[in-house]
Design a protein around this ligand. Structure first.
Ligand code: SF4
Length: 210
């Protein structure tokens, strides 16, 4: 793993490189973000946005979704992949929000991860982006990029999250998640990372030792 000084340098460069990093999913409420994030598993944010740009003007509250049946929802989410599971979880989640939370999205990780189809990553995305609660959601990009660079040295997403939280100031947790995603999408791709033009090439462990 990189030294504390080099980790600080990496974060400084990422912050400068992606000053406007923000969520790619379209949403205008915590509920919309929760649904969009649930749809984004194994699907691109762009594809999710195409679906929700049509879906949310029609239905965008827990009450509205709770009264839907799967057959009504299906055509709107069909292109998001694994849509049967996702759709059923979204409908079940909406009914629980109506029954237990007055239709509102709960604001703790424990309550969120008790909802059907909501794992730790989805809970962290919602906590951080909808409620401003410091959290680092570790998805496939964050996991790959953080471990390649040497910000973390972990074999699974949970340990990666713990190490990132330990090494990044809490005030930067939410932004760091977006910096790493942007970098993973634009430069540090899973196949053929663009090391030669990467602003981290002098520090990154993967580039230095390749
Ligand atoms: S130097 Fe290469 S491996 Fe390291 S962050 Fe940049 S693109 Fe990724």
């Amino acid at each position: 793993m990189l030294s504390e000084q080099k980790r600080g340098e990496v974060l400084r460069i990422l912050k400068e490189t992606y000053p406007d990093a923000k969520p790619a999913l379209h949403f205008s409420s915590p509920f919309e973000l929760l649904v969009a994030t649930m749809l984004s598993a194994q699907c691109t944010d762009k594809q999710v946005n195409k679906c929700t740009d049509v879906l949310f003007p029609l239905y965008n509250t827990a009450e509205a979704f709770a009264s839907l049946d799967f057959e009504t929802l299906e055509p709107y989410i069909k292109s998001c992949g694994v849509y049967r599971n996702k759709g059923k979880n979204i409908l079940a989640m909406s009914r629980i929000l109506v029954e237990r939370y007055n239709g509102e999205v709960p604001q703790t990780r424990e309550q969120l991860t008790e909802l059907p189809g909501v794992g730790r990553k989805t809970a962290n995305v919602v906590l951080s982006n909808a409620f401003g609660v410091p959290a680092i959601a570790v998805d496939t990009h964050v996991f790959r990029v953080a471990n390649r660079i040497g910000l973390t040295e972990a074999k699974d997403v949970e340990k990666t999250e713990q190490q990132l939280m330990a090494h990044i100031p809490e005030s930067d947790w939410g932004a760091a998640h977006h910096w790493l995603i942007y970098h993973g999408r634009q430069v540090c791709a899973a196949q053929r990372p663009k090391c030669d033009t990467c602003p981290l090439k002098e520090i990154c462990e993967y580039a230095v030792h390749r």
